[in-house]
Design a protein around this ligand. Structure first.
Ligand code: NAI
Length: 454
């Protein structure tokens, strides 16, 4: 099939590459010229394990092209995926300007029947807006063209708008896309369903994971899934805060409740609060949608409030230990990305923690295996109290304490003797509960965790 993917970020690039890998002819488009230039040279602007090789291989085969020419990509495509960003607006709603700009371009350029697939996370009702936008552009073209043949072609055009939300996880994106738990398709016509079924069939060799529904339910499914996961995290963070106060150990409580299959072990790890490009904005967008429809979503409001507060828990422990004035104190930070195996810093808890500490005079020496460039260039740019180390132990010399924020694998079994030797004093704030408290104390660490009494 000939596919255009508009928006070549995490989702667009992974989707386009995986469709190319399955034998489709894919053009990935972006307005960011620098991104497209790099991609053409096989340089991937994001860190995603395995992606670079797959991009290069498919480029060589000619099944994957990169372009800034949206018109040409639309003209050549049978299916167009919209994978542009839907960032949060000031009022919490999803900003649809990029999605609707693409819809407008589709209406301006299409010349053949086509399926338009919303892959971006978009509020309920967006597929209708996309359809209206495309049709309005088509109508304008029909009205203004003097070419009777073109007018007839445009009048006979058929297009379907499909909702196909994406569930990939950054850091495991290729695997998630190649072996999806489910493929959600919201569509109005059987023709569109069939095309999507054919497109995804190669990804479902073992059993059918294709779930077909109406457009609005498909759009809602994505928000419900992210809201559920965010709720599990905030719930467990709240339990951890109670544990800490009553003298219980959240790590043991987690084992105790996770063994119940109705609860399960995933997403019940307490930490520094969720971040990333999806949960924060998607929970807030769902809250806004609910309120727009005169419903007050009490659970979702609480999920957000707990998460906001959770991002300060580690900084508060540090302030409790070292005092309100952190002038002259230096802290080593391990991990900046919002989670391991990605360089994504969007809404990362590290930013909140570091800014809180530096606002009280502290200096930070940070190390992250992949996200340092993002941090330096965007998220912590201008924070003069932050410097970066080239390796994990290089962040430690003369620091008053080590703070672990992102649980990258290389932090899982560090050389504790080396840490003790390099730090001014063996003080360790663990925002991801990676180690056993007793063991750490036996090794001589003053060790702070989430959800365990200090
Ligand atoms: P991103 O910010 O990494 O990429 C979006 C890309 O779209 C950018 O490269 C931007 O330059 C491009 N773009 C914007 N307007 C354009 C236009 N008119 N024409 C062509 N390109 C244009 O965003 P990401 O993370 O890939 O997310 C995309 C959507 O997928 C969002 O709605 C997000 O919520 C959703 N999503 C993201 C996941 C993730 O893990 N990042 C997972 C599942 C869904």
């Amino acid at each position: 099939m000939r596919i255009a993917v508009i928006g070549s970020g995490y989702v667009g690039l992974v989707s386009g590459t995986c469709f190319a890998q399955m034998g489709n002819k894919v053009t990935c488009v972006d307005v960011d010229e620098q991104k497209i230039t790099s991609l053409k040279q096989g340089i991937i602007p994001i860190y995603e394990p395995g992606l670079e090789q797959m991009v290069v291989d498919n480029q060589k085969k000619g099944s994957l092209l990169f372009s800034t020419d949206i018109e040409q990509a639309i003209l050549n495509a049978q299916v167009v995926f919209v994978a542009v960003g839907t960032p949060m607006s000031d009022d919490g709603s999803a900003d649809l300007q990029y999605v609707l700009a693409v819809a407008k371009s589709i209406g301006q350029y299409m010349l053949g029947d086509m399926i338009i697939v919303d892959k971006s996370t978009v509020p309920v009702g967006t597929a209708d807006k996309v359809k209206i936008t495309i049709q309005a552009e088509l109508d304008k073209r029909i009205k203004h063209t003097v070419d009777e043949k073109l007018k007839a072609t445009l009048q006979q055009l058929n297009f379907d708008v499909v909702s196909n939300p994406e569930f990939l996880k950054e850091g495991a994106a290729l695997d998630d896309f190649m072996k999806p738990d489910r493929v959600i398709i919201g569509a109005e016509s059987e023709r569109a369903v069939q095309v999507m079924r054919n497109l995804y069939a190669p990804f479902m060799k073992s059993h059918d994971r294709f779930i077909k529904m109406d457009l609005r339910s498909a759009e809602m499914t994505k928000y419900a899934a992210n809201a559920m996961l965010a709720t599990k995290i905030s719930f467990m963070n709240e339990i951890s805060n109670i544990c800490e106060r009553v003298g219980a150990d959240v790590n043991k409580v987690r084992d105790g409740i996770g063994s119940d299959t109705r609860i399960g072990y995933s997403f019940i790890y307490p930490g520094c609060g969720y971040g990333g490009s999806c949960f924060p904005k998607d929970v807030q967008a769902l809250v806004k949608t609910a309120k727009d429809f005169d419903y007050v979503p009490r659970i979702l409001d609480a999920v957000e409030a707990v998460n906001y507060a959770q991002k300060s828990v580690i900084a508060n422990k540090i302030i409790k230990r070292f005092g309100e004035n952190l002038d002259g104190k230096t802290f080593a930070v391990w991990g900046l990305a919002f989670k391991p195996e990605t360089d994504d810093m969007r809404e990362a808890s590290s930013t909140t923690i570091i800014n809180e500490l530096t606002s009280k005079g502290a200096k930070i020496v940070a190390y992250d295996p992949k996200a340092q460039h993002e941090a330096k260039t965007f998220y912590l740019k201008g924070n003069k109290n932050v410097t970066y180390a080239a390796a994990k132990y290089a962040a430690l010399p003369q620091a008053d304490a080590l703070i672990l924020i992102t649980e990258w694998q290389e932090f899982r079994s560090p050389d504790f003797d080396e840490i003790k030797k390099l730090l001014k004093a063996p003080v360790f704030f663990d925002g991801r509960n990676q180690f056993e408290k007793q063991r750490m104390q036996d090794m001589g660490f003053e060790y702070f965790q989430i959800g365990v009494k200090d």
